[in-house]
Design a protein around this ligand. Structure first.
Ligand SMILES: [Zn+2]
Length: 484
């Protein structure tokens, strides 16, 4: 029995909470911590999908407000690993985590055959560590840093560091506390270029949805059918039996680059008949890794909300148009072209929503024509899909708060720059790269950012107001402000 237990921080892994208990309890041996919390020492320290959560809750004082369900959903990678699985499988994993045999969890995901390397090293962002220390007095392991496939911090957009100690520890029952585990020898991953950062941004955008939304589970092969539909739209397939595999594989590789695919453990050989890109587009009975699904989703420019909102729809065996008469065809074609003329700069999902029945008819009976007469999908950054006006408003309100807090801070002044504001709101990359797309934010920042001179004046004023010894000369004031 434990006499206390810390409350998990928002976005903390449950493993991390236990590692904080371990330090607070002053237990010298990890086995003592296991005995306190689980009444047994035959438990492994699950970093991603921990087990025996019910048991732990029984062994801590019941003055806490979290349940097994809260922990599984908010403090583990359960949602990440199960979102592309069937409900039955996801429920089974849930039960294993709550009160089942933890050693079965990874095998039950059904991903053993997919050649993905499991990497359980612990990762962290130096900026988050700094900010956690100042806010909470201690740093902890963040859930979204441990997600396989993520290499940059979703908040700060800087590279994550790999805790070297976590890759060396052989004892699988040890809970490493971040504060006692990170060190100067830790390194971030190497060879990261701008294109990879763009891919990571899209990856993170989709992951945030998976981790925050409540998506419905889908049946086996649901995703395959959806991908197939998109492949047909993209011209990479003609029907369910006719996929241009070689074109697809080459294009896929070209889109991501070999380096990026290798980094994610998803590289494949063009001559391998059973490579994962080919098998994920065929009827299958095995599960694929979430990284593989997310790569397909980005490559096919699929809107993840739309994907999870849609129903199972099997692509017809032959994709030939049926015997619909030409008159009908003419009407639908005209309707479609009219919409296209009215909204020449909108993408297909926008136009589709305006008149879904026309879209559905054409997609079913006149697909080739529809593809030829639809806006081309934007293959790289998903900029058309982003509602920039909305984003502008959201970012502006955050930027306002950040600027205010810099100006009102009682601490040593910090110069107001785009970079400083970006760091504060955790969107430095967005502000530096896409400010032109957010005119209101841009205008506001242009007004509020300080020149060196303005900043020096403010700094001098601050020193004057905050120097408590009377009678100081201006020279001292200037020197304290760091101005010659
Ligand atoms: Zn961070």
């Amino acid at each position: 029995m434990a006499t206390f237990f810390p409350t998990p921080y928002e976005g903390e892994t449950f493993y991390s909470t236990i590692s904080r208990y371990h330090i607070y309890s002053a237990n010298l041996n990890s086995k003592d911590t296991l005995r306190d919390l689980f009444n047994t020492t035959s438990v492994t320290a699950g970093r991603e999908l921990p087990a025996n959560i019910d048991l732990l809750l029984k062994n801590i004082p019941n003055n806490h407000s979290f349940t097994t369900n809260d922990i599984i959903f908010n403090n583990t990678l359960y949602k990440y690993y199960t979102c592309f699985l069937t409900k039955e499988k996801a429920d089974y994993i849930y039960n294993l985590m709550a009160n089942g045999n933890g050693s079965l969890i990874f095998a039950s995901l059904g991903m053993c055959g997919n050649k993905m390397k499991n990497d359980f090293s612990l990762k962290y962002c130096p900026e988050c560590v700094k900010s956690d220390r100042s806010v909470f007095g201690e740093a902890f392991w963040h859930l979204n840093h441990q997600i396989p496939g993520i290499f940059i911090c979703p908040n700060h957009m800087c590279k994550l560091y790999i805790c070297k100690k976590s890759t060396e520890v052989k004892n699988r029952q040890e809970y490493l506390n971040l504060e006692f585990s990170i060190g100067n020898n830790d390194e971030s991953i190497v060879g990261f270029n701008n294109m990879m950062i763009e891919h990571q941004e899209r990856f993170i955008m989709n992951l945030n949805k998976i981790m925050n939304e409540k998506y419905q589970f889908k049946e086996m092969n649901f995703f395959r059918e959806y991908y197939l539909k998109s492949l047909i739209e993209k011209g990479m397939a003609e029907s369910r039996v006719k996929i241009y595999q070689q074109d697809l594989l080459r294009d896929f590789k070209g889109y991501y680059s070999e380096d990026y695919l290798s980094l994610l453990g998803c590289s494949f050989d063009l001559n391998d008949k059973y490579n994962w890109v080919t098998t994920i587009t065929r009827k299958h009975r095995k599960s694929f890794h979430p990284i593989q699904h997310l790569l397909m989703i980005e490559y096919l420019n699929i809107d993840i909300d739309e994907l999870f909102d849609s129903e199972y729809m099997e692509v017809r065996k032959d994709n030939k148009r049926s015997d619909k008469n030409d008159e009908e065809k003419k009407i639908f074609r005209e309707k479609w072209l009219e919409l296209r003329k009215k909204y020449p700069n909108k993408n297909i999902s926008f136009v589709r929503k305006l008149d879904f029945s026309t879209y559905r008819w054409l997609n079913k009976y006149d697909r080739k024509w529809l593809t030829d007469n639809s806006p081309k999908k934007n293959g790289c950054m998903n900029s058309k899909r982003i509602d920039w006006q909305k984003r502008d408003e959201e970012i502006l309100s955050k930027v306002r708060k950040a600027v205010k807090s810099i100006y009102n801070s009682k601490e040593k002044p910090e110069r107001v720059t785009v970079g400083a504001v970006g760091r504060k709101i955790g969107k430095i990359y967005l502000l530096q790269k896409s400010l032109d797309k957010m005119p209101m934010t841009k205008e506001y920042l242009q007004k509020k950012c300080e020149s060196v001179k303005q900043f020096q004046d403010r700094r001098v004023k601050w020193v004057r107001e905050n120097v408590t010894i009377n009678g100081e000369s201006e020279w001292i004031v200037m020197r304290k402000a760091g101005i010659r």
